[in-house]
Design a protein around this ligand. Structure first.
Ligand SMILES: *Cc1c(COP(=O)(O)O)cnc(C)c1O
Length: 426
């Protein structure tokens, strides 16, 4: 048979039919996701699907993603080191640019450790898989917050450890679970520092005390806190002044840092173990050195007076937006972070509100299950230092019109159970 001959026009394989049916089912539950196309750099005012909109959607909390100094740094890095790394870190792809970035990161975010060292990764997703698979294995126990990021969930699964989910941000419940556990296997407590869909902050001091008591690793994913939390932006762990050799800190470079990539900071021994054992470090092409070069420039910006000034503007923007949300019928989130969820409930209602805001020129994404638990579809509003007061006031007015007492979207309520509902738990 000639496999390169004309495709069969009349016949749809069963495997393909199943996918078509799956897509129809997603659509029927208002769960189809669409990618909107940006024709401009990441900024509050962007051209999205051909329309000018004000975006409250990015993780570019400090407004650094289109900072001229970082654009120049990428160009300079490319001139100095080339366009690509050409190989994995252990086989020729490890550049001076990566080394300098790692040194800067260990110095910035490693204050919790005795001998801090950093390891850079191409993405936070890979960094989390690296930590969990290298530190945990069969016989280990991973204690994981119920609302942890998908990359931590996947890393825990891939590690083959026993996974025990503790109620969200509940250190008391976790303590009871750990007291119950009399095994002597490796233990890890794993948590987002700032939760990506709720914007609240993990009880890290309590978790660190538990980690010490049970000699467990404490793995902290600070994707949304690095660059933002703490006076100097060194992240949520540094802001709390925690110190422990059991801490393993992950931060990302594509959110507040405005570039791309991620890193782990821990005791030097932990980092050496990752270099030797972490498959998502070893078996992948090193990120372009130009990106590492730009990320180091970003660290310098975040640490310096410009970073401090941007954090002050960001905090003012967060407070101003919270003031508007507080005047609607929706609950105002407790934590003062740049992630402001407005929980609507039903998928269709969240989509309708996002659609109505889009018609008024605001891009505020609706987040649905399985990214968030069923019945908690929401708008995920994120703020940046790059937003102008007028951006916030205009969105605030639109929210008041939509969700003030008696307004069309104010009711909320729990969504109907759907086959796709429920957080994608372990
Ligand atoms: C974004 C994010 C990641 C993944 O980081 P990438 O660099 O985008 O792969 C991991 N954890 C959390 C909490 C995140 O929000």
């Amino acid at each position: 048979m000639n496999l390169s001959s004309k495709p069969h026009a009349m016949y749809t394989p069963r495997a393909l039919q199943a996918l078509e049916q799956g897509l129809v089912e997603l659509e029927s539950h208002a769960l189809t996701r669409r990618r909107r196309i940006a024709d401009s750099p990441c900024a509050p005012h962007i051209c999205l699907d051909g329309e000018q909109v004000v975006a409250f959607a990015s993780n570019d909390y400090l407004g650094l993603a289109s900072h001229p100094a970082l654009i120049d740094a990428i160009a300079e890095g490319a001139r100095r080191y080339g366009a690509g790394s050409g190989g994995s870190h252990l086989l020729g792809g490890h550049s001076r640019a990566h080394v300098l970035l790692e040194d800067a990161l260990a110095d910035y975010a490693g204050g919790f450790a005795r001998a801090p060292r950093a390891l850079s990764f191409s993405t936070g997703y890979m960094a989390n898989l690296a930590i969990l698979t290298a530190l945990a294995g069969r016989g280990a126990t991973i204690y994981s917050d119920a609302l942890n990021h998908a990359s931590l969930i996947d890393g825990a699964r891939l590690s083959r450890a026993d996974v025990r989910i503790y109620p969200h941000a509940d250190a008391v419940a976790l303590a009871a679970m750990m007291d119950d556990d009399h095994g002597d296997g490796v233990k890890l407590i794993v948590t987002d520092a700032v939760f990506s869909m709720d914007g609240d902050v993990a009880p890290l001091a309590e978790l660190a005390a538990l980690a010490e008591r049970h000699q467990a690793w404490l793995v902290v994913d600070d994707a949304h806190g690095f660059g933002v939390q703490g006076g100097d932006g060194a992240g949520t762990v540094a802001a709390l002044g925690l110190r422990s050799s059991l801490l393993v800190y992950m931060g990302t470079l594509g959110k507040a840092a405005g570039v791309s990539g991620a890193f782990v900071v821990a005791e030097s021994t932990v980092i050496e173990w990752l270099v030797q054992r972490a498959r998502t470090y070893i078996f992948t092409t090193a990120a372009a050195p130009a990106l590492a070069h730009a990320a180091r420039a970003s660290v310098a910006l975040m640490r310096g007076p410009e970073g401090a000034a941007r954090r002050r503007v960001l905090r003012a923007n967060v407070d101003a937006m919270r003031g508007f949300v507080a005047r609607t019928a929706w609950a105002t989130p407790a934590a003062h972070t740049p992630i402001l969820p407005i929980v609507i409930g039903v998928n269709e209602a969240a989509l309708a509100l996002a659609g109505s805001l889009m018609e008024q020129g605001f891009w505020v994404p609706a987040v649905r299950p399985p990214t968030v638990p069923a019945g908690t579809a929401r708008l995920r509003l994120s703020l940046s230092a790059a937003h102008e007061p007028v951006d916030i006031e205009r969105l605030g007015a639109a929210l008041l019109a939509a969700g003030g007492a008696g307004a069309p979207y104010a009711a909320g309520g729990a969504g109907a159970a759907s086959p796709f509902g429920g957080i994608d738990s372990i």
